[in-house]
Design a binder for this molecule. Structure first.
Ligand code: BJW
Length: 227
């Protein structure tokens, strides 16, 4: 089982959240990344995610995303990839058994009819829902602070049944993902952290690999599959 965070996409040119030029740079988290923010200022939140969609135009997967596709092709159905990232780089690289636990940038949600659907471009005040036609009810289909991450049953099943848990490029400060290493370890999995730097969760992992994901993940995958 592999868990990825913003660090795996950093070398593709997408800023991380908590780095010096982080994604929230210049904005208060409470204004754009909480459930309350959607109710207080739905258009401010939509604007932020419009910018995010525009900002990743032309971005491509890097060697770390590609290495995980190679790993999946060797392991098959026993491989599961859970990403906290809302960018589409894992699926662009070719990952199949993939869960976007914090949602997807190119998916939109309607609070009137509860539908979600693929969406490109900008959400504006006058943009109607494609399914029910209502205006004023769209929001990004992403999991903000105070909301429940997606597919937690499937994730907890995988955590309690995996023999190897690898966390790549995540700072380990956002729950529930930050606690996955403890669950997997308790159920007997070997745990590896791959990160460019130490994190607040490093102490929980049995093994640590330090360095940029494009190099370290490629090497780790080759080691796992014996190349
Ligand atoms: C590289 C690299 C390179 C860089 N190579 N590495 C008090 C205590 C405990 C919990 C809580 C609390 N108060 C509130 C909570 C809960 C809250 C929470 O965790 N808050 C903490 C901040 C304290 N969590 C929630 O509200 C979650 N929901 C929830 O808990 O529901 C209840 C529940 C109960 C029981 C079971 C299940 C659920 C929801 C969290 C939603 C998070 N949403 C966001 C925004 C998504 C949309 C968007 O993209 O904008 O998700 S926040 C943001 O953080 C985003 C990310 O997915 C997430 C994690 O960030 P990530 O990926 O770790 O990025 P960074 O920037 O932090 O780290 C990057 C790392 O990469 C660094 O370590 C670098 O070193 C490394 N790196 N370059 C390798 N080249």
């Amino acid at each position: 089982m592999v868990l990825t965070g913003a660090g795996i996409s950093a070398e593709s040119g997408i800023p991380t959240f908590r780095g010096p030029d982080g994604l929230w740079h210049g904005r208060r988290v409470e204004d754009v990344a909480t459930a309350e923010a959607v109710y207080r200022d739905r258009w401010g939140v939509n604007e932020f995610f419009n910018e995010r969609r525009n900002g990743i135009e032309g971005v491509k997967p890097n060697a770390a995303h590609e290495a995980l596709v190679k790993l999946e092709s060797k392991i098959g159905n026993n491989f599961i990839l859970v990403t906290q990232n809302i960018d589409p780089l894992h699926e662009m690289a070719g990952s199949k058994n993939l869960i976007h636990m914090h949602g997807e940038l190119f998916s939109i949600q309607c609070d009137n009819c509860n539908s979600t659907y693929f969406f490109q471009g900008d959400v504006k005040k006058e943009t109607p829902c494609e399914k029910c036609g209502k205006t004023g009810s769209l929001r990004p289909d992403v999991v903000l602070f105070g909301e429940m991450p997606k597919m937690m049953d499937e994730i907890l099943y995988a955590l309690s049944n995996c023999d190897l848990f690898v966390a790549i490029g995540t700072s380990g400060v956002v729950y529930p993902a930050a606690g996955f290493v403890d669950v997997a370890g308790r159920y007997g999995a070997h745990t590896i952290e791959v990160n460019a730097a130490d994190t607040e969760r490093s102490y929980s992992f049995a093994e640590r690999i330090t360095g940029p994901a494009s190099i370290t993940v490629t090497e780790l995958v080759d080691k796992i599959i014996g190349e």
